[in-house]
Design a protein around this ligand. Structure first.
Ligand SMILES: *[C@@H]1O[C@H](CO)[C@@H](O)[C@H](O)[C@H]1NC(C)=O
Length: 513
């Protein structure tokens, strides 16, 4: 199943882009004043340290194509996913609003009846309304039923999986690691790796595959590619499985990373051949590595969250330690972004929305408040000034979903709550409240190992700034008339159940047919 998706995605991805080439030769002539095309590539569960360009000489380089994007473009070293888990991160990217405003504070499930609240306006809708062709390929995870599906939220075209690739079973047992439940297994609990997601009462449902074709293709376009890579299960080429037996699986991750990198390379080449000088490619991640998956998880690089890990528990995905949300990020636009540059401007995935609108000459609707900033000057003009503050929502499993209890202020970072995710091997630290907050200086302490002494003048100065910023934001949210509430209700009938004739998208009947 997963192997199938990967191969299919590769093919469709490239042929989809190449169709634009045909268009360009006939109806569209590129001029500098033309509105730009946007390709947003969102990797899943990728680590900051997975990008070769972020860790020169540190380890085997598995990302030559993304490194080439960086060499010919701009590497953003202090760029953060808006949350440290899937649905909230994706919702905030597409709305430029924190989860406490857009309503999406934790993940949707296979049986979720709803998704990103319909009161929220997503980026593709605004670009679509202004004449962009909008396409999405890959993982959506913002609601798959009826009006919540991608083609109802502003995409003309969608091909992909409705949620994560581990939320179901596999038709090809032995093709992925860690192994998914085989679809042919009996009732839930009978198989070697039972999953809680049921399609009908007695059977586990495979991950379905959705395709919506739109006839019209045109320039300019938005292509949002939300790769299933590097989320487990990993399904690298079969050759890497034999290597796996020798070294415990580390090479499986490397091979999957290379496969993802190849996809990015294919996109870049297709774009370069068609509309190189008028296309922005922006590569980033949805959150940090899923540490509890051990050798199948990515690398946080130097952002090890040592204060937490020394007290038990993981410090990556699902946490507000740097490993949870600092993601490898590159922007490439040959005619506009200076090559081989980097920026340490503090930015968030929420800034993609206002930046793209600005580049397209559009303004967002004024009936709501936004948390994203226009980063055009950082991308195009070498500006190193990013955000003054960035809040990291609680994405952990222990409640307080979406709470903005971790604050970045310049090079400092304050925690009003610390918490961990499950570590490799199962350890988990205790969630702790801190009043006054723990404050780290990331300028000298990337590992978040030793907080500042609360008596130091530096601490007091930062505390004053973050207290004020936090009070202002919480007041702004409390008085926001446009706050949405997501419906997290689950219902058996909401599990996707599409064409029973197609192995990639079918649901066995109650009798097991
Ligand atoms: C890219 O920049 C780095 C650091 O400034 C420099 O050492 C390197 O030679 C540059 N590479 C190219 C191909 O220009």
């Amino acid at each position: 199943m997963m192997v199938g998706i990967t191969l299919l995605l590769t093919g469709v991805l490239v042929s989809g882009i190449l169709l634009h080439k045909a268009n360009q030769n006939t109806a569209y002539v590129s001029t500098p004043s033309e509105r730009p095309n946007f390709i947003i590539i969102l990797a899943d569960d990728i680590g900051w340290g997975d990008l070769g360009a972020n860790q020169p000489g540190q380890r085997a380089n598995n990302t030559p194509n993304i490194d080439l994007l960086a060499l010919q473009g701009l590497r953003l070293t202090d760029f953060h996913s808006p949350a440290s888990t899937c649905s909230p991160s994706r919702a905030a990217i597409l709305t430029a609003r924190y989860g406490v405003r857009n309503g999406v504070t934790h993940n949707f499930a296979v049986r979720s009846v709803a998704g990103l609240p319909l009161s929220e306006v997503a980026l593709p809708r605004l670009l679509q309304e202004s004449g962009y062709y909008t396409a999405m390929i890959g993982k959506w995870h913002l609601g798959h039923c009826g009006p919540y599906a991608p083609t109802s939220r502003g995409f003309d075209y969608y091909l992909g999986i409705p949620y994560s690739n581990d939320m179901g079973c596999t038709d090809v047992p032995g093709s992925d690691l860690p192994p998914s439940q085989p679809c042919s297994a009996g009732p839930q609990g009978d198989g070697p790796n039972p999953l809680p997601y049921l399609c009908v009462t007695v059977r586990i449902c495979p991950v379905p595959f959705f395709i919506f074709f739109a006839r019209q293709r045109k320039q300019p376009y938005l292509l949002y590619v939300a790769l299933a890579h590097m989320h487990v299960p990993l399904a690298p080429p079969p050759a890497s499985f034999s290597t796996n037996e020798l070294d415990g699986g580390r090479d499986v991750y490397a091979a999957s990373l290379q496969e993802m990198d190849d996809l990015v390379g294919a996109l870049k080449r297709a774009s370069d051949e068609t509309n190189r000088d008028n296309t922005l490619i922006w590569f980033t991640g949805d959150n940090g590595p899923w540490e509890k998956k051990c050798q199948y998880a990515g690398s946080v690089g130097p952002y090890t969250g040592t204060w937490q890990t020394s007290r038990g528990g993981g410090s990556a995905k699902q946490t507000t330690w740097e490993g949870g949300h600092r993601v490898p990020t590159v922007a490439y636009w040959p005619s506009r972004i200076p090559a081989n540059t980097s920026s340490h401007a503090l930015l968030s995935g929420m800034d993609i929305f206002p930046t793209l609108l600005s580049m397209a000459g559009l303004k967002p609707p004024v009936d709501r408040r936004y948390d994203g900033i226009d980063a055009t000057d950082v991308l195009l003009n070498g500006d190193q000034t990013g955000r003054e503050f960035l809040f990291h929502p609680n994405s952990g499993a222990s409640g307080l979903f979406g709470d903005l209890q971790t604050v970045r202020a310049g090079k400092h970072k304050a925690f009003y709550i610390t918490g961990s995710a499950e570590a490799c091997g199962g350890g988990r630290g205790t969630q702790l409240l801190h009043d006054p907050p723990l404050i780290f200086d990331l300028g000298v302490d990337q590992a978040e190992a030793t907080p500042l002494d609360a008596g130091a003048p530096e601490y007091q100065e930062v505390l004053g700034k973050v207290t004020k910023a936090r009070e202002e934001l919480l007041w702004d949210i409390a008085t926001d008339q446009s706050v949405s509430t997501a419906d997290y209700t689950q219902d058996q009938s909401a599990a996707p159940c599409c064409d029973p004739q197609r192995a990639s998208c079918r649901c066995p009947g109650p009798a097991g047919g």
